[in-house]
Design a protein around this ligand. Structure first.
Ligand code: UDP
Length: 314
């Protein structure tokens, strides 16, 4: 296959590019580098089956040659980033999804959208199955991301129904691993960074809010299987191992062998407005349709991620 990956210089986009190149496919990576980083794909530059185009997919995009698949992973994805770039976040989820769908239609390519557990908002159902419609505040600080992704799902389904396109939607739950930005503001880089520097880990609120963390290799496997499957409707890919943020902080301190304290803070800005109180994927659909389930334990995944951040800090 020859595949276009938007957001290819990001955390997930770059790992996906690696996987497709390893499988023998040809990858065209695209990124405008507002949150992506060329370091993530430096090792691919010069590879005969990889090329890179620096472009903003919210503007008209042109890609010469045939394409068999388009994977749309471009978007700011950390709450800090989408608070800092609210309009680009809305544009890449709406105009960027429209442009990449148009490109896929033109090329007769299969289309895969990176959606998110944020479409469920602050859920009133736990765990969240794909049939849950969500509980989202459209005008809160997270609305720019959540609504952009909800709109993009609607657009993908409209293209699939109107143009009989082959489309896939992956709803990605919290994912971590090497190549996350040390300063992206999310809980995994924040806590690891703090633990490695011996600074206190900053738990927002009382730390009772929950998340379920998956290692990036599990996610990449799920996405690869989903692309090759026949499922047009959204599929959750996440690790159902739910824990409170306080428990997560304790795990990071222990696995990093850190002496850091854990403190409870209330950030001054809007960062924790509408912070979902629980989040856990129901992965029955992925298990049944894709034969997929997560393989990597939190301990192993965190150990590798801590090593990555340790090398960056030094
Ligand atoms: N969080 C925290 N301390 C931090 C950063 C985040 O306690 O330094 C909390 C945040 O309030 C949320 C959870 O960790 O409840 C996950 O936040 P993240 O930004 O990683 O992503 P989200 O899952 O909210 O999109």
């Amino acid at each position: 296959m020859r595949v276009l990956i938007t957001g290819a210089a990001g955390f997930l986009g770059s790992h996906l590019a690696d996987r497709f190149v390893q499988e023998g496919h040809t990858v065209v990576g695209m990124d405008n580098l507002i949150t992506g980083n060329m370091d993530n794909i430096a090792h691919l530059m010069g590879h005969k089956r990889f090329s890179f185009i620096k472009q903003d997919v919210s503007n008209y995009i042109y890609v010469p040659g045939a394409l068999d698949a388009v994977l749309h992973f471009a978007s700011p994805a950390s709450p800090n980033d989408y608070l800092e770039h609210p309009i680009p976040t809305l544009k890449v989820g709406s105009l960027g999804t429209h442009n990449t769908l148009g490109l896929a239609k033109d090329k007769g390519a299969r289309y895969l959208l990176a959606s998110t557990s944020e479409v469920y908002g602050d859920p009133q159902v736990n765990p969240q199955p794909e049939t849950y419609w969500g509980h989202v505040n459209p005008i809160g600080p997270r609305g720019v991301y959540d609504e952009a992704k909800r709109f993009s799902e609607a657009l993908v389904l409209a293209y699939q129904r109107s143009h009989q396109m082959e489309t896939r939607i992956v709803r990605i739950f919290n994912t971590y691993g090497p190549r996350m930005r040390l300063n992206d503001g999310r809980v995994v880089p924040n806590f690891i960074h703090q633990a490695l520097l011996g600074q206190p880990l900053t738990v927002y609120g009382d730390g009772s809010q929950t998340r379920s963390f998956q290692y990036y290799t599990d996610l990449v496997e799920g996405i690869y299987r989903l692309l090759l499957s026949a499922e047009n409707l959204p599929v959750n890919i996440g690790n159902p191992n739910e824990m409170s943020i306080l428990e997560f902080a304790q795990a990071v301190v222990e696995i990093a062998g850190s002496k850091s304290d854990i403190v409870f803070v209330k950030p001054q800005d809007e960062r924790i407005a509408d912070d979902p109180k629980v989040r856990r994927p129901d992965i029955t659909k992925a298990r049944t349709l894709l034969g997929w389930e997560p393989r990597v334990s939190l301990r192993d995944g965190l150990a590798e991620t801590i090593e990555f951040f340790r090398s960056r800090i030094h």
